[in-house]
Design a protein around this ligand. Structure first.
Ligand code: FDA
Length: 397
């Protein structure tokens, strides 16, 4: 039987990164992945350019039932640490808005970098290879794999979340966690487009392709969360960064509130536009909103359409402005794991060490990356969690 110090299940962002660190520290390391190709999510990430971290990442950018858990790992492996590695590998990068760092050329460069780091650590990689069973062995664990039985002191589960099953996502990590007595925080698609009933959406379906900056909010009271980001209308509902961000906080049945002119106080502007203007309401709206959106909005208010703004009462303009700045609508659901960028929920962090990502129940068993109940916002945060949790685990093996 082949023996290793550590076996990593999942050769994605977290698994490859951790394996490289552990191998370079002198451990005998095996990485197993059931997919044909490594790190497919890195390949498709960031529109093919991999938004590999966020310069401004803090624990506040992550959701979890145990919000403080991510602090330790994030503090000990920072966005700057990963950027330094990218620079050492001479990968060109640039910053987009809000601290998001992308490759200049291609996300393949990040994959190649992780594989080089694994080579430098003499990491063994089996792929495609499946794991049928994991059990306690004489000195740690034994794994039945499609390439034979292996023994190891440490098993590190890095199988990611459930999103995009067609490129290798599976529930393996959650099943293994349950097998060893771990609780799973209920999983749900996150960073995902939201959908609406066909009849409710009919007035807006023709707006597919319209995009604009909005302020979007979900939840009430202390739980209210809002983002200022771009919104995209689609045939079935809403997408774009604004909706992906809020989707992680949205719960079924909740309404969203959208301010379609977040940079303007619309009511006083429309009132002021009455003075000396013979323009129609629609023309004035189209000066402040995408034209198609302004027209669709007025189609819902036929009493205003086609009228000169000067003839409209202040209170009617105020009501129009209020509807545009407090558009309230309730999604019927999400596009699901097929379209979600990440899975919220996962292995309950209250049963893991925040220092080493090791199970408190089963010494030698570790969970890193997205399989854990730590979910980042849109914008490079999820990769930063993959790198940081991987480093915390691998340095402690
Ligand atoms: P990851 O999913 O990377 O790897 C898991 C690995 O485990 C896979 O290789 C899989 O094949 C393997 N596996 C699964 N089940 C297995 C089994 N039973 N046996 C063996 N192997 C198994 N984040 C970000 O920060 N910036 C971005 O730009 C993007 N963009 C983006 C775009 C799209 C379309 C998606 C779907 C996601 C993103 N993300 C992102 C999210 C990011 O890709 C994700 O959070 C990380 O890849 C998670 O890293 P992990 O290593 O945990 O899982």
């Amino acid at each position: 039987m082949l023996k290793f110090d550590a076996v990593f299940i999942g050769a994605g962002a977290a698994g490859l990164f951790a394996a490289g660190i552990a191998g370079q520290a002198g451990l005998k390391v095996l990485v197993i992945d059931h997919a044909e190709k490594v790190a497919e999510k890195i390949r498709i990430s960031g529109g093919g350019r991999c938004n590999f971290t966020n310069r401004d990442a803090t624990p506040a950018n992550f959701l979890s039932e145990n919000p403080h858990f991510c602090r330790s790992a994030l503090a000990r492996y920072t966005p700057q640490d990963f950027l330094s590695l990218v620079q050492r590998h001479r990968i060109g990068w640039h910053e987009k808005h809000k601290g998001q760092l992308f490759c200049d050329e291609s996300s393949d460069e990040i994959i190649a970098m992780l594989l080089r780091e694994c080579e430098q650590g003499a990491v063994t990689r089996w792929q495609p290879c499946s794991v049928a069973a994991v059990r306690h062995g004489t000195q740690g664990f034994e794994l039945d794999t499609s390439a034979g039985v292996v023994a190891t002191r440490h098993v590190v589960v890095a199988t990611g979340g459930l999103s995009i099953p067609k490129i290798g996502a599976s529930d393996f990590g959650y099943r293994l966690a349950r097998q060893f007595g771990h609780r799973i925080v209920e999983t749900r698609p996150a960073l995902v487009p939201l959908t609406f009933d066909a009849t409710q959406w009919a007035p807006y379906a023709a707006l597919a392709g319209v995009s604009l900056e909005v302020r979007i909010a979900a939840g009430g009271g202390k739980a209210r969360t809002e983002f200022l980001e771009d919104l995209l209308f689609t045939h079935r509902g809403l997408s774009g960064p604004a909706v992906l961000q809020i989707s992680s906080f949205w719960r079924p049945g909740q309404a969203l509130e959208i301010d379609l002119t977040p940079q303007l106080d619309l009511a006083p502007q429309l009132r002021a536009a009455k003075t000396g203007s013979r323009k129609q309401v629609g023309t004035e709206l189209a000066a402040r909103l995408p034209d198609r959106l302004a027209q669709a909005w007025l189609a819902e208010a036929p009493e205003l359409a086609g009228r000169p703004i000067a003839d409209v009462k202040d209170k009617d303009l105020d009501a129009l402005a209020h509807r545009l700045q407090h558009w309230t609508l309730t999604p019927s659901g999400t596009e699901g794991y097929r379209k979600a960028e990440v899975t919220a929920g996962g292995v309950d962090t209250r049963e893991l060490s925040s220092q080493t990502l090791e199970s408190r129940r089963v010494p030698g068993l570790h969970f890193i990356g997205e399989v854990v109940d730590v979910t980042g916002w849109l914008g490079g945060y999820n990769f930063q969690w993959a790198w940081a949790s991987a480093a915390a685990c691998a340095r402690a093996l």
